[in-house]
Write a protein that binds this ligand. Sequence first.
Ligand code: CO8
Length: 267
Amino acid sequence: MTEFKNLQFSVEDEVAVLTISRPAALNALNTETLKELTVALNEIEAMDDVKVLILTGGPDKKDNPYKSFVAGADISEMVNFTAPEARAFGITAATPFFKLSEMRQVTIAAVNGFALGGGCEIAMACDIRIAADNAIFGQPETGLGIIPGFGGTQRLARLIGMGRAKELIFTCDNIDANEAYRIGLVNKVVAKEELMDSAKAMAKKIASKGSFAVSLAKTAINNGYDMDIKNAVENEANLFGVVNDTHDKKEGMGAFLEKRAASLTDF
Ligand code: CO8
């Protein structure tokens, strides 16, 4: 893996952890970090030994690991943007954000504190979100005179419904982890000290399944989400055909019929 200024990477037991680390700015996303994310995610997608990716935030400058996941886009960079620069910033972010949604591995956001603005948006770009019980979510952009620009107007409405998304974006209200769970913004809430263990336990469970099948299921869900249901189900049937001819299908079903544990590989 390339060495990065604002990212740290580790991998163990087929689970990778990518940590956004800008302690002086509560891990706010600047152009440099977004570009690093693009490189890192492309490299991770090509790693055969990684089946699940956990994205989290590093400690703040007082070394508190539960202060911030990502406190948004970097306001000190955005403040002097011209309109073309602002647009380019959004486009720079779109590449790694779509990669998180679409890469072959499952992506889990382990939200260890503030997930505001672009922080909430990057968590939403992941497949699954697990929140520490002290996490805070919000879209403060309209209070700064801007709008969510890393996909937040779209992903928030898709995740929690248009009415709730509009309320959060128009009022800039922050919500805590339990409220985020109640409205479906996060998959689960755990004690902050258990966040990484909980994310890794889920990641290992996912990694133990047929990883090609998991990857195709992700593709089927993603592709179908923006289609009408008939085309979406046809797309699912096409992918079902693809997954039919794999070792894992023969082994998974054979093991069931032979009443033994399956030994799945990745195809
Ligand atoms: N950008 C830059 N620096 C930041 C950011 C940020 N988003 N958030 C925190 N920091 C910095 C602070 O300036 C401070 O720096 P310093 O120590 O040098 O003064 C340091 O991090 C620590 O922060 P605080 O002292 O403010 O810590 P507190 O515990 O008092 O407060 C908060 C924590 C509540 C998280 C507070 O820092 C805060 O409100 N941060 C900003 C949150 C925010 O508004 N985020 C949304 C930004 S807009 C956005 O994300 C738009 C995304 C889409 C853009 C698309 C463009 C096309």
